[in-house]
Design a protein around this ligand. Sequence first.
Ligand SMILES: [Zn+2]
Ligand SMILES: [Zn+2]
Length: 423
Amino acid sequence: MDALVSLSKRRGFIFQSSEIYGGAGSCWDYGPLGVELKQNIKRVWWRDYVQRRPDMMGLDASILMHPTVWKASGHVDNFTDPMVDCLECRRRFRADKVDETPWVHYCPATKGNKFTISAGEPCSHCGVTRTLCPECGKGELTPPRQFNLMFKTFMGPVEEDASLTYLRPETAQGIFVNFDNVLQSMRRKLPFGIAQIGKAFRNEITPGNFIFRTREFEQMEIEFFVNPLETVDGRPADEYWHDRWIEDSMAWFRRYGLSEENLRLREHAADELAHYAKRTADIEYHFPIGWSELMGIANRTDFDLKQHAKFSGKALTYFDEERKEHVVPYVIEPSAGVDRALLAFLADAYREEEVRGEKRVVLRLHPELAPLKGKVTIRDRDSMEQIGVPLDSLGSVFRELLGGSAWASMAGRFERKGDGTGA
Ligand SMILES: [Zn+2]
Ligand SMILES: [Zn+2]
């Protein structure tokens, strides 16, 4: 990971946000090459899933939404982590993760000497286990309190509760609240999907690992609506489409360069599933920090549409012509993080090689993702002059040169490069 962070900075992929002010925690800026790579990832995703699929439509919903959206979605009440605070150093920890880091201990059995003890282990001198703050080793921790992960903000000029709203913690809800608009305006038949790429915000307590977990991130999400009364190949339509989306998503990451051995599927156990989910599978990638979630593919059933129907009083149903009844569609949600995908593509492309005794770092990115300007350098043998030629002009340039055109006539038309000694 250190090699990737350092390469990213050196070569203009990713810089720490506000670096000249000492940096902003877990915020990152995409530099000239990083932004091209990121745009390319989003471009091929949009092309493959929206433009090339007759059953998919795009959407770009607002980041700020009506605050009741987050009541209906369950985020106001349930999008929380249990937190404990150190009364001494004021650091804050996730209650369920506090024993997953090494802990500082001033051991009474050794005249108060300071030790750092491995996560979850007792002290080998006095035998105690951690009860105090793991960082400072001195402070008592408060009982766990629920801490909401949404960023609060205020709409309008008055900072009062009436104008309180949130930066969206996921793009999905923008799709659900527009379900009927898209259905009516585009006259769709189930199954169909709505896709969106956009920023989301979560006030994570323990962000980190470079761009793997950040408070501001970008999602590529699809909500794929299916008719729960239908069957495909003898199976309920939602189960069939869930499997299809898992296979499609795996294949997509492989197509753009992630190695087979660095990808795996992990099914959520029953006690891990969100209460509304029938089944969720994560595509995990072997990141430099270990196997971690790259993408989640959830069967959210009819939970979201029913919740928004209940809170808004609007029917969010689909009329099944064949059965002459209104149904609430089930939703399969393939949800990927742009930043995480970028990190995976970078990690998989990273190679250290030796060429003629010299060590070099190469990024073997897929041609459609590589942040290149599409120019090739041509050198004239006699003058040693070099020009940069866009890939799509290469054919005509060679035809002219081999057909007898003078190098000088070419050199006037294209960007001149250095003398080529470093080529
Ligand atoms: Zn402390
Ligand atoms: Zn001890």
